[in-house]
Write a protein that binds this ligand. Structure first.
Ligand SMILES: Cc1cc2nc3c(=O)[nH]c(=O)nc-3n(C[C@H](O)[C@H](O)[C@H](O)COP(=O)(O)OP(=O)(O)OC[C@H]3O[C@@H](n4cnc5c(N)ncnc54)[C@H](O)[C@@H]3O)c2cc1C
Length: 409
């Protein structure tokens, strides 16, 4: 078969590699560099920029102060992005995927690239999301490439992007004002977790304007609904990405592309994967890409959304999975040997159990993503609590937060 994959983000790349095992694959990408939002503007540059601040935060606990400036972090972000983008290029080449640079669209079910029709058996739509450009406003995606430094910043939006970069910029010594219309940061989390994160942000000196709606945003000014004016060197916006549906409107969408559990769209030869169907993380996008590819090749794999972990890369790190229902128990890090050895005693893990299964967990602690990943595994594989009673965690480790809680049940 010949299959076209549209988009070189995590979903498109993972679909291409899976399909290329047995098929001719053409990947169409409109940007010059490969890797999509994750590699060019998102996960990779942002995590490279956050890493030194994590190290500095750990050393701070030991009484040592090291400092970084935005320029140094930006360089790290760009280097990581360029390196990974090249890696994606080589990986696709090594696996025999043909890459075409151009804008793809569908007209009456026909795939058009650079004004030419391409005959294929199937299409995987993995076009992700895009950002509308508003003059003078900086977005999360701009930060690694921004050429000017600033002393003060107003961050609009207290979701993942606002929390990650708000934390980083505050730790860099910037005056940070964070505005959000919700009454706490990450309000969809368990109240106790969301409140702990909100209090932590106040404690480190982020000025929170919660319960406030933004009426107008300018280059250095934000006007709130109540008429209050906030000013800073830059205004930085962290939400509002939209699905990249342009050229593919003939596929049912609202606003994301509508798919069934096998990731089939309303057109019989078009599957869709990644943020275009409403996933919000790179790992979900990659998983979706693989499911779409498997099903094109005759498989019958369901896209299983249960128990996929989410991480916010602050320090302490925020990670969560599943739903917080049933019986919930909590352990504070101050009770954990490893946390005491590293002076990382701020934070906790909260775990919920129903019908002898872990259904959800949220952590605000060092190594939260490792602990939550293990819990995600247990949830996704439907493993019962009494089946893991013999699991032995290394000592001292942060995983012991989980085993300690299970012992207490
Ligand atoms: C600042 C930021 C930080 C993030 N951090 C993380 C993180 O730490 N961890 C995490 O898991 N996720 C993170 N994300 C989210 C993650 O980047 C996305 O979930 C992921 O990139 C989605 O992958 P995708 O393949 O669906 O789409 P995308 O990565 O958006 O890729 C879509 C690709 O399709 C191309 N395209 C679009 N339309 C066309 C067309 N018509 N023709 C040809 N090509 C087209 C685009 O140019 C793009 O390259 C972050 C996002 C942002 C903005």
């Amino acid at each position: 078969m010949k299959i076209a994959v549209i988009g070189s983000g995590p979903a498109g790349v993972s679909a291409s590699l899976e399909l290329a095992k047995n098929n001719k694959v053409v990947l169409v990408e409109k940007e010059e560099r490969l890797g999509g939002t994750c590699v060019l503007y998102g996960c990779i540059p942002s995590k490279a920029m956050l890493h030194p601040i994590h190290l500095a935060s750990e050393l701070e606990k030991l009484g040592k102060n090291i400092t970084f400036d935005l320029g140094e972090l930006r360089k790290l972000g760009q280097d990581a992005s360029y390196r990974l983008s090249k890696g994606v290029e080589y990986m696709l080449e090594d696996n025999g995927v043909e890459v075409i640079h151009g804008i793809a669209s569908l007209r009456s079910g026909q795939l058009i690239v650079n004004n030419e029709t391409i005959q294929v058996d199937y299409v995987v739509l993995a076009t992700g999301t895009y950002r509308e450009v508003v003059k003078g406003i900086i977005y999360s995606e701009d930060l690694p490439y921004l050429n000017k430094d600033f002393k003060s910043v107003i961050i609009v939006g207290g979701d993942v992007g606002g929390v990650e970069f708000g934390w980083m910029l505050r730790k860099l010594g910037k005056e940070v004002v964070l505005v959000d219309k919700q009454s706490s940061l990450l309000p969809y989390l368990d109240k106790e977790v969301s409140n702990a994160i909100t209090n932590y942000f106040s404690k480190i000196g982020v000025r929170l304007y919660l319960n406030r709606s933004v009426k107008e945003m300018k280059e250095k000014e934000v006007i709130l609904e109540n008429g209050e004016k906030l000013t800073a060197d830059v205004v930085y916006m962290t939400f509002g990405r939209k699905p990249s549906i342009q050229g593919f409107e003939e596929i049912n969408h609202n606003p994301f592309v509508i798919v069934d559990e096998y990731l089939r769209t309303s057109l019989s030869n078009v599957f869709a994967a990644g943020d275009i169907i409403g996933t919000h993380t790179a790992h979900e996008a990659m998983y979706a890409g693989k499911i779409a590819a498997t099903n094109i090749m005759g498989g019958k794999k369901v896209f299983n959304k249960q128990g996929i972990p989410k991480v916010v890369y602050t320090h302490p790190t925020i990670a969560y999975v599943g739903s917080m229902e049933g019986k919930c128990v909590k352990i504070n890090l101050v009770e954990l040997g490893r946390a005491i050895t590293e002076k990382e005693i701020d934070g906790f893990l909260k775990l919920c159990i129903k019908d002898d299964k872990i259904v959800g967990a949220q952590a605000f602690m060092k190594d939260a993503e490792e602990v939550i990943s293990l819990i995600s595994f247990l949830i996704r594989y439907n493993i019962k609590v009494n089946e893991i009673k013999d699991y032995v965690a290394p000592h001292p480790s942060y995983i012991e937060a989980l085993t300690e809680l299970l012992n207490r049940l």
